[in-house]
Design a binder for this molecule. Sequence first.
Ligand SMILES: [Fe+2]
Length: 151
Amino acid sequence: MTCFAIYTPGHTPACMVHVMGDAAFVGDTLFMPDGGSARADFPGGDAGTLYDSIQKLLALPDEMRLFMCHDYGPDGRDIRWETTVGDEKKHNIHVGGNKTRAEFIAFRTERDATLGMPRLILPSLQVNMRAGRLPTDDSGKQMLKVPVNGL
Ligand SMILES: [Fe+2]
């Protein structure tokens, strides 16, 4: 089986896609066709870079199976996790139908400006920046810091 990784920054500077045989695990870069794409306004994120990364994914064979990291079940549909490159190229609401880089950047930037901070962003950042380890205080007790009036 052929396996390789594709660097796909844009949502975050650390995003990767892992291809194994006829399946690609896309991380947060792309959502189901009716979900679109990930936001690009986190630290180090960039809408143009995200578009370029998505183009790398869409250059894979049409029959390549894509497995999602997130699905929010738009309009109340059941959660789904698998689609194909061909389906994304035709139907993705943010990048399908040959949307241009400029169209994507304009849409993504406008939409991201309306999105609130994710509920678990503070714990996630504190754990992610330590490569999955929980932060500890001076006594070794595991602690997360949450500002009371800072955000
Ligand atoms: Fe994410």
